[in-house]
Design a protein around this ligand. Structure first.
Ligand code: P53
Length: 479
């Protein structure tokens, strides 16, 4: 029996989802088409989410898993009741932008979309669950991509501002915690999914990515400003796909490379948490010959409206080397990195590193001294239900237990301030990276396969009762 010091009072235990990976109902109640709808499962998925292959609408011969997904849109009451049964204090979810503004540039929002999220938030509140809401989780109306080019266009700031004003006013008193952009650094790795970017032949991709990133950073600061004006109690967070880079050897050149790789990610949070572009980024832009257009007003906004807290996803640490001849990379990950021989890997090649979570928590805390929130962590695995439909997912319990232990140490032994922990895909949902259903993270099994067959029936896995006990004991009973 592992007895640990408890987590802080009010610690927000829970689970996380994203609209496009669970809602389905892609064309109901006036919802417009979004980038996340038109990314199919299969070998073309990666070039499409990377902005290298054009897919602006559904095409024959492809399967699009987000169309129906796990149909949270019609199952939300049942699903939230199950979260409540586990004792969730918090539920992370995201807004489908095109439910609220189907095209994205309208002046008047779609009431049916607003009503849906109001129902969901009220359902959470009924059980005392605090919603934690991502404003955009890889989500952009297709109309804005086709007519404005996605986030490369400065006008996106205006459209996003309008969305935020509507959300903050409508859900005042219902939602306290908001995240502006999911994994904002994903714009560098999956720019079509992250920011609605599609590149034309011969275009300077770095120029487009960093200009788009600037627009998102300004939009995020503006959202923070508006939120605090609407309700000073609202807390706004940024969101990073985190995971510390380790040098492959003690060679200083490897350490230097790891530092460069970390900075590529921390750049975004440096701006959102400290309010200004770090010198290393300005120098990088110079070196690459990039000319990022920004106004004095932009810079003033960034400085005046930094985030209240810092959230991040953590699945794995990463490895850097200065030696270009080393090519033994981890498979199946948008963030491919060198393999770490000290670590085991998941069935999808993601390396499992619980101590890396403590290292990442401490690094981010040391860098910013703002409250942190782990909003994604978990193990994507193949689950095989037995003849009664029950999944004995000890592998998932082991993964989560070891991460919760190091999280506890970061709080109780290192003094890191942590607001909460929402595990990824608390109910099985569609994988963002691969589009598979087979890559499951949940405490709740959903009967659906990669081709979209299945009854969508929900059932509790072994980890369901385990997590319930973790929450009931405030993290002291992990066995
Ligand atoms: P999937 C890669 C690396 C780190 C985080 O990922 C990532 C990805 C995308 O593959 O994304 C986050 O579903 C993201 C979620 C996503 C989750 O990690 O590929 O915020 O939308 O589902 C897990 O296994």
């Amino acid at each position: 029996m592992t007895e640990l010091k408890p987590f802080p009072d009010g610690f927000l235990w829970g689970g996380a989802t994203a609209a496009n990976q669970c809602e389905g109902a892609y064309d109901e109640d006036g919802r417009g088409l979004a980038n996340v709808d038109v990314v199919p499962i299969g070998e073309d998925r990666f070039p499409i989410i990377a902005g290298k292959k054009k897919m602006f609408d559904f095409e024959d011969g492809y399967f699009y898993p987000a169309k129906e997904s796990i149909d949270f849109y019609h199952h939300y009451k049942e699903d939230i009741a199950l979260f409540a049964e586990m004792g969730f204090k918090s539920f992370r979810m995201s807004i489908g932008w095109s439910r609220i503004f189907p095209k994205g540039d309208e002046l008047v929002p779609n009431e049916a979309g607003l009503q849906f999220y109001e129902n969901v938030f009220k359902e959470c509140r009924k059980y005392g669950i605090e919603p934690l809401v991502t404003i955009t989780h890889f989500d952009c109306p297709m109309y804005l991509i086709e007519h404005y080019g996605g986030w490369r266009n400065r006008k996106m700031i205006e459209f996003y501002e309008r969305l935020c004003r509507v959300l903050f006013n409508r859900y005042k008193g219902l939602v306290k915690y908001w995240l502006t952009f999911n994994e904002i650094n994903m714009i560098l790795h999956a720019p079509f999914m992250g920011a609605g970017l599609y590149f034309e032949e011969g275009e300077n991709e770095d120029q487009v990515k960093y200009q788009s990133a600037h627009h998102e950073l300004v939009a995020s600061a503006l959202a923070t400003k508006i939120a605090h004006e609407v309700d000073p109690d609202i807390k706004i967070g940024c969101m990073l796909a985190a995971g510390q880079y380790y040098p492959n050897t003690p060679n200083p050149a490897d350490y230097w490379q790891a530092m460069q790789d970390d900075r590529e990610n921390y750049f975004f949070i440096d701006v959102q948490a400290r309010g200004e572009y770090p010198n290393y980024a300005k120098k990088k832009f110079e070196r690459l010959g990039l000319n990022i257009e920004m106004t004095q007003e932009d810079l003033d906004l960034l400085k005046a409206h930094t985030v209240d807290f810092i959230s991040f996803s953590y699945y794995s640490s990463r490895v850097s080397s200065a030696d270009p001849s080393l090519t033994d990379k981890t498979a199946g990950n948008i963030f491919a990195s060198l393999k770490n021989p000290y670590l085991e890997a998941s069935e999808w090649g993601w390396q499992i590193d619980p101590l890396g979570l403590r290292i990442t928590l401490n690094t981010i805390w040391d860098r910013y001294q703002k409250p942190l929130f782990i909003v994604e962590n978990g193990l994507g695995a193949v689950d095989t239900p037995d003849e009664n439909g029950y999944v004995t997912d000890d592998y998932r319990i082991d993964y989560l237990r070891e991460h919760i232990k190091t999280m506890n140490q970061a709080i109780n032994e290192d003094g890191v301030e942590l607001l909460g922990y929402t595990t990824w895909g608390c109910i099985d949902l569609v994988s963002a990276g691969t589009g598979e259903m087979k890559k499951r993270y949940g405490f709740i099994y959903v009967d659906r396969d990669n081709q979209g067959n299945g009854s969508l029936k929900r059932s509790k896995k072994k980890s369901f009762d385990w997590y319930k006990q973790v929450i009931a004991s405030n993290g002291t009973k992990l066995d």
